[in-house]
Design a protein around this ligand. Sequence first.
Ligand code: ADP
Ligand code: ASP
Ligand code: MG
Length: 425
Amino acid sequence: MPASLVVQKFGGSSLASADRIRHVAERIGQTRAEGAELVVVVSAMGDTTDDLLSLAGAITADPDPRELDMLLATGEHQSATLVSMALHALGVKAISLTGAQAGITTDGRYGRARIANVEPRRVRAELDRGNVVIVAGFQGQSEAGDGGGEAETTTLGRGGSDTTAVALAAALKADRCQIFTDVRGIYTADPRLVPDARQLRAIGYEEMLELAQLGAQVMQVRAVELGWVNGVEIEVLSSFETAPGTVIREDPLVEQRNKVRGLAHDRNVAKVTLLAVPDRPGVARAVFEPLAEAGINVDMIVQNVGHDEATDLSFTVPRAELRRAEGVLNPVVAELGARGLTTDPGVAKVSIVGAGLHNAPGYAARMFGTLADAGVNIEMISTSEVRITCVIEEARLEAALEALHGAFELARPDPVDAAAAARPA
Ligand code: ADP
Ligand code: ASP
Ligand code: MG
């Protein structure tokens, strides 16, 4: 019987020091000793990516995107080589590869490149030589000719090592794809903020994708998408303890369980309001087209009822993009003859998520009522089939999460979860 092939990814906090790297290497060594072929994807150590970003920021306010990606990619080069050396020290054959060496090609968008193709020929060859293959996550290489240029190092966006792991698991047709992190798995809410949060034993791709999009950083959005499209079951588990994790997979039981599966929150939000913009056709285009051209993602949009032929227009942008958004919008305000522009970086989004929400009336009302009882003011609302999101004051975020977690009884074990846990992975 051919050996099973396992892809394991270790996040930054799991690799934050030499000691932790040695611990991870021991764990990898054990899996290897059980006979599996192993591809290990690593993130940069601890806060390395943040540190590199602030270093670049200390040099210039406007770093060149190509140079920035070259810089950020070094974080993962570092950890990949160190994990490989730690395995050598344990007598385990291993080799580290960059994203490019692992055959990961991307489009040319620096800082948020998308994987175009995975050609893991070298990875396969190294496995055949008996090596554990350590791949630097979060990076790839653009194809020569994309945008007219040479092949360049690119990075996949924050949290992108998750995507490297799932893409390799799909390309190698791995038997397992395991994401090791600093919590035991996927919870009903961020366990760092909600002490009552309950670990889920399994969650469907759709609900996980929604949680990720709404701010649950435990899995990168692209990784969940890729897993879904390619049918890769993703196991999320702790690198610090041996405990059962959470499996992300197709979920046939969606209709039977608690309609609210989890909460997500996002602090990377700022609110922008254009005051008294003229209420006539073409205004929304005049506001949102330049933002789109600047690559600024506008999320929730609320246009108030107009009076005196003018209306207030509010929307959210990522907090990190607020300064840029103001730069883009100031001339627009002048051009339109609006009264002005106000911004509020002190907001956050809180969402309830569940694939069964759309055919269950009353959930919106319960969410708004719960927030009202907790004294939390709702500034904006948006809904989709699988979620309801409110923008609130950031200072009230933890109170809001706790109240919603209680109101939707998320700490209570769901009988369907017990059945899912009993099913072999
Ligand atoms: P890594 O460095 O391993 O990639 P991340 O920091 O990216 O780890 O993701 C893990 C963190 O995600 C956890 O420490 C936790 O605070 C956060 N998180 C947010 N929402 C959830 C959730 N629903 N379930 C589990 N973790 C969550
Ligand atoms: N090191 C990168 C980051 O901090 C990628 C990752 O951790 O997945 O975003
Ligand atoms: Mg991560």
